[in-house]
Ligand binder design. Structure first.
Ligand code: ITT
Length: 182
């Protein structure tokens, strides 16, 4: 089996390719940056992006949208994660959290178009924001996110280690389970 994944992000592609290879599924990368609508949930952003792209891509494909939800900031940056990363970055998040509780979650919503219908699969990883920036693997918020039950940030882990707890792979596991019963 082969799946077409649309993303501009090489790290997302590498993580998903690594997981799918273990499931004996080939991942084909369509590298492109697509328009994302501004919405209040990661679910909506993911689904609307998929629907818009079906005007351009006729074959089955999937994409995913991810957000970092910080409890003490009422879920911020959530659907604004990309903009916040580009503007204030990890330093800015650490600054905002000074003296506050550190619980946070990553949420990934995978949206899949099978050529006829749309499907969504959600994955979550609970964890905490570290006190400082640590590690140099991964991308984005990885250097400040510690998954529950671990002491290391995602940026101090290999792809295989991150994939054991990650939001992205939890969503992908549901997607693959769906494909197996289809
Ligand atoms: P797409 O082309 O797939 O949209 P993107 O990098 O724009 O790629 P998102 O909008 O889903 O992806 O990501 C929102 C922000 O969250 C962005 O700054 C990412 O770097 C960051 N991010 C997403 N997944 C992450 C992960 O697993 N670990 C750390 N940061 C992540």
């Amino acid at each position: 089996m082969k799946l077409l994944f649309v993303t501009s992000n090489s790290h997302k592609y590498e993580e998903i390719r690594h997981y799918l290879a273990g499931e004996k599924i080939e991942c084909k990368w369509k590298k492109m940056k697509y328009e994302e609508i501004q919405a209040e949930t990661t679910d909506e952003v993911s689904l609307e992006s998929l629907k818009i792209l079906t005007n351009e891509i006729r074959e089955p494909f999937f994409l995913e949208d991810t957000g970092l939800y910080i409890d003490a900031l009422n879920g911020f940056p959530g659907p604004y994660s990309s903009y916040v990363f580009k503007t204030v970055g990890n330093e800015g998040i650490l600054h905002l959290l000074h003296g506050k509780e550190r619980e946070a979650s990553f949420i990934t919503v995978v949206s899949y178009y099978d050529g006829k219908e749309y499907f969504q699969f959600r994955g979550e990883c609970k964890g905490a924001i570290s006190k400082n920036i640590r590690g140099n693997t991964g991308f984005g918020y990885d250097p400040i996110f510690i998954p529950e039950g671990y002491d290391s940030t995602y940026a101090e882990m290999t792809i295989g280690e991150k994939n054991r707890t990650s939001h992205r792979i939890r969503a992908m596991e549901k997607f693959v389970a769906h494909l197996k019963i289809e």
